[in-house]
Design a protein around this ligand. Structure first.
Ligand code: NAP
Length: 521
């Protein structure tokens, strides 16, 4: 499908019909302080995203990165390390000349975030850097350390006088906090109390990188900039919704993190429930951060809490055993590095939820995520109710297919609609066919990394795509009864599945035999 030419009068003269790959450049100078600078996230995601922004000319001028972690490094050795990371994890061929222009903006300071005494020298280093780089006090802190270090980090920032909750200092101070935000409702509230003792809510950006993906942002445009879909977007026409985030990779050496987290905390509490909120929310009054986030909160609040007696029927967990991936044998989860041999951590989780409001009453939402699945795929699939009469039900070669609208989040970002059509010939033979839209084919532009978009938004001060604390709490409140059940009985609802499969077969039971079950393409 190609981009449709604009009809005369569709847009003001001179306006651009295609969104640029990124937003406009940030104009206000900024110092980005990354805590956890020697870690995986910085190397794999943050630095490639920043380098991309630099190449697109979208970083503010002046701009500087100050990396902080305990590993002793100089500015030069830190830059060398990041150069290797940018070459390995960046999009497209590595541009050495562009890197040479970018590298002088990168600095490093060794410090332990649990040692408030280390923040005096760090604060001095940041001030000197701002002065020599002509940055008038705008600072974004990025908490890329382990979740247990978030609270000590914000306390140390406060005790060094760097947080500026009263807004009295020149420029802005904002903090980006990585997921997971808490490990249950109580710990999330306790962390929120630690954070808001130091920062105002408007300074806090809880990152969920799924919300920075183009297709996810397109949900709002798809639903609310088109007149044809929204009238169907309710219980009268939609039978159920499936949200799948499947990964073909295993835990990739992060077994120690996964052991304490599992798929429910790592994926469902944030990415999957945030996707559900975007699919199910009401139209916001405006696109302001708070209006969008108000609607997301409302829909998460409207999800029916699962009654205690139903917990075992509303969720299936799984853990992968040895199998294959891309044709090669792979070990089971329990044989991965830093994983206990008898571990009961889940690497797969599937849930059924219903939303108790007028739009969605009685429509099940099925959520599923897993590692070492047969195929890496993230999609939102909406199944429509069948036609009310089976006019073609007994044709000789009829094959009535259900109507699906599928939003591909990754790979192959795009949208397709499946419907039935008559195959050519004298008989009425019905075949499923598709209307398909693919981002890359239509717009040609490469899809920007979600971290680029979200880093830029934080520098712009636009929090629309960052979950607010009320929706974080609502998500934990939904999952807490399940987490308590598994705390009391760690093996409950846990089934084994072979690496390279679609997850445990038991996950089909969530459909209670009503439909075709999970989609497999
Ligand atoms: N990796 C990903 O793809 C990914 C994706 C989504 C979210 N996240 C989240 O991002 C955060 C970081 O993840 P990661 O994978 O990068 O972890 P990681 O590779 O273990 O890195 C942790 C970083 O924190 C630093 N650190 C640890 N203790 C410290 C201390 N006391 N003071 C200063 N620095 C300290 C470590 O450096 P030193 O040992 O040198 O101090 C290292 O730079 C986690 O919260 C994770 O949940 C990661």
């Amino acid at each position: 499908m190609s981009e449709v030419p604009q009809a005369k009068g569709d847009s003001p003269p001179g306006s651009c019909p295609i969104e640029p790959a990124f937003r406009v450049p940030v104009t206000a100078p900024c110092l980005l302080m990354i805590f956890g600078a020697s870690g995986d996230l910085t190397a794999r995601k943050l630095v490639p995203a920043l380098f991309d922004l630099h190449r697109e000319g979208l970083l503010p001028g002046p701009f500087a990165v100050l990396g902080v972690s305990r590993t002793p490094m100089t500015d030069a050795s830190f830059r060398d390390r990041l150069r290797t990371a940018a070459a390995e994890f960046g999009a497209g061929p590595f541009d050495a000349a562009a890197w040479d222009a970018f590298a002088p903006m990168i600095f490093y300071h060794p410090a332990d975030v649990s040692d408030p005494g280390a923040f005096g020298p760090l604060s001095t280093r940041a001030s000197v850097l701002c002065e020599t780089s002509a940055i008038p006090g705008n600072v974004v802190f990025y908490a890329a350390v382990a979740p247990k270090s978030y609270a000590p980090l914000v306390r140390a920032i406060a005790s060094a006088g760097l947080a500026d909750p009263s807004g009295a200092m020149p420029g802005y101070r904002r903090i980006i906090i990585e997921k997971p935000f808490g490990e249950d409702l109580e710990s999330a509230r306790s962390l929120a109390a630690d954070v808001t003792a130091v920062f105002r809510e408007s300074q806090v950006y809880r990152i969920d990188h799924y919300l920075g993906k183009e297709t996810v942002q397109n949900m709002l445009v798809f639903r609310f900039a088109n007149g044809i879909f929204e009238p169907l977007w309710n219980r009268n026409y939609i039978e159920h919704v499936q949200i799948t985030v499947a990964e073909s990779i295993g835990v990739e050496g992060r077994g120690d993190y996964y052991e304490g987290t599992g798929a429910v905390r790592d994926m469902v509490q944030n990415h999957l429930l945030q996707l559900l909120a975007l699919v199910a929310m009401e139209p916001p009054v405006s696109l302001s951060a708070d209006d969008v986030r108000d609607e997301k909160r409302k829909v998460l609040h409207a999800i029916e809490p699962t009654p205690l007696g139903e917990l075992g029927r509303a969720c299936v967990r799984g853990q992968y055993t040895a199998g294959s991936s891309a044709g090669k044998p792979v070990p089971g989860y329990r044989a991965e590095k830093h994983v206990a041999p008898g571990s009961l951590a889940e690497t797969f989780a599937a849930f059924r939820f219903t939303i108790d409001n007028w739009r969605w009453g009685g429509v099940p939402f099925y959520l599923r995520t897993g590692k070492r699945m047969g195929r890496a795929l993230s999609e939102i699939a909406i199944r429509f109710r069948p036609a009310p009469t089976l006019l073609f039900g007994d044709t000789a070669c009829g094959q009535m297919a259900s109507n699906w609208l599928v939003i591909n989040v990754s790979p192959d970002e795009g949208i397709y609609l499946r419907f039935s059509a008559k195959a050519p010939g004298p008989e009425v033979c019905i075949r499923p066919v598709e209307f398909a839209f693919n981002y890359h084919e239509t717009f040609g532009a490469r899809v920007p990394s979600p971290y680029s978009r979200l880093l830029l938004d934080a520098m712009h001060g636009d929090a629309t795509l960052f979950p607010r604390m009320d929706s974080v709490e609502a998500a934990w409140a939904l999952l807490d009864p399940f987490l308590s059940r598994w705390k009391a009985d760690p093996g409950a609802d846990l089934w084994m599945y072979e690496a390279g499969s679609d997850g445990p077969r038991e996950a089909d039971s969530l459909f209670e035999g009503n439909t075709e079950g999970w989609r497999s393409r």
